[in-house]
Design a protein around this ligand. Structure first.
Ligand SMILES: [Zn+2]
Length: 307
């Protein structure tokens, strides 16, 4: 009995010993589990990689939408005033296309000056130095107020475009004759003078903008006649495109002191009729004033950059 047990024990010990000893000699079984482990690990790793990969991809797209979102707000602001300001500085450095000075002359002033003034160097005829202009039939707004409103918008627009601007007046309480305004531009060496006025007529139905330029019939203005007419054409086109209206066209004038004394190209924009009720009100609307300023600025920019 004991012998059998001992044999069984010995057999077990031997088995254990064989098994233990076989570890080194039987790499196969060891290798098998290893292979299995690798195989099973591989899919796991692959799965892990796959899992990781998508997460990275997801992470990548996440930042992508962010940049995409960034440009979106940039584009959105373009329509807003704030982004426009951001765009302005970017435009400014690239726009100093011209150092040429543009003078804006907002027509008239609060109190007219009826003292006589020679209409031009080629005539002894005289006219009042400067009047206070017409008045809105509906708005009751004086022309000198409307002229300055639009002129200031124009100045802002030109400045935004990098065009050097100066003005004959920025307040109503001044006393500057039409000849003196021309002298100011002559002395400043302006590349172009744009005079801003509003019209009046006996007929309430008369309406529409027009652009005046000095008539070459006046010997004194011959040197500036062609350039002035070209500028007037650009201004008219700019106004037409900005407002969608045809307007009343161009008009050569030899009776305006502000033209005849000018030694630099000059044009006068009559933005519309204050004696027409509808146009009178329209010209006081902020959106329409901005259109006028944009159209006039387009014309000025074309003239100044074309030189
Ligand atoms: Zn006027």
């Amino acid at each position: 009995m004991c012998y059998k047990r001992m044999r069984i024990l010995a057999a077990i010990i031997c088995l254990v010993g064989v098994l233990a000893g076989c570890g080194d000699k039987q790499p196969v079984p060891v290798a098998l589990p290893t292979t299995e482990a690798v195989q099973s690990a591989s899919p796991q790793v692959t799965a892990a990689q796959a899992t990781a990969a998508p997460s990275e991809v997801q992470a990548a797209p996440t930042p992508s939408p962010s940049p995409t979102a960034a440009p979106t707000p940039v584009a959105t602001p373009e329509t807003e005033p704030t982004p426009t300001k951001k765009a302005a500085p970017t435009t400014l450095p690239s726009v100093p296309k011209s150092n040429k000075l543009v003078m804006i002359d907002p027509g008239h002033q609060k109190v007219g000056n009826n003292a006589p003034e020679q209409v031009g160097p080629d005539t002894r005829e005289t006219k009042a130095k400067v009047s206070s202009g017409t008045v809105g039939v509906k708005t009751k707004k004086p022309e000198y107020v409307l002229n300055l409103e639009v002129s200031l918008l124009l100045k802002a627009e030109l400045t935004k475009r990098g065009i050097h601007v100066t003005m004959t007046r920025e307040t109503h309480d001044v006393d500057i004759s039409n000849k003196q305004r021309a002298d100011m531009a002559n002395e400043a060496g302006a590349a172009l003078v744009v005079r801003i006025h509003a019209d009046g007529d006996a007929s309430a139905s008369t309406k529409g903008f027009s652009v005046l330029y000095p008539s070459a019939a006046q010997p004194a203005v011959k040197p500036i006649a062609a350039d002035s007419k070209q500028a007037a054409g650009f201004l008219l086109t700019g106004l037409q495109q900005a407002t969608g209206q045809k307007g009343r066209g161009l008009s050569a004038r030899d009776d305006l002191s502000g033209f005849n004394w000018s030694k630099v190209p000059v044009a006068l924009v009559e933005i519309g009729f204050m004696t027409n009720p509808e146009e009178d009100e329209l010209m006081s609307e902020a959106a329409y004033q901005q259109k006028l300023a944009m159209g006039i600025a387009d014309g000025i920019e074309q003239f100044v950059n074309g030189k």
